[in-house]
Design a protein around this ligand. Sequence first.
Ligand SMILES: [Zn+2]
Length: 100
Amino acid sequence: MTCEACTQAEVNPRTGLYRIGCAECSARMLAHSPEFAESAARQTLTQPYKAALAVALVPGERIEQTHQRVRAWDRRIRGLLSPAVAAGLRLDPFCDPEEA
Ligand SMILES: [Zn+2]
């Protein structure tokens, strides 16, 4: 379920190219969103973020799984910005939903 924008994002996770209707593009877009940033800062799935996650849901997926896809993109996006992250250091304190 990849699209041309996803293919480009594999090389450059910070690409601004998205395809409407693509769940992976939606997850990548959410990683840039203020809803995700607020949720990460508060270390909980906020209601606005949960509402935003619904856009990126794929059939049969739980919202926590969608959240994990967003987090994966967030890490990849920030990995390009921080050599420490690229080196594998865990700088993301955003806890997993199971831990909350
Ligand atoms: Zn896509």
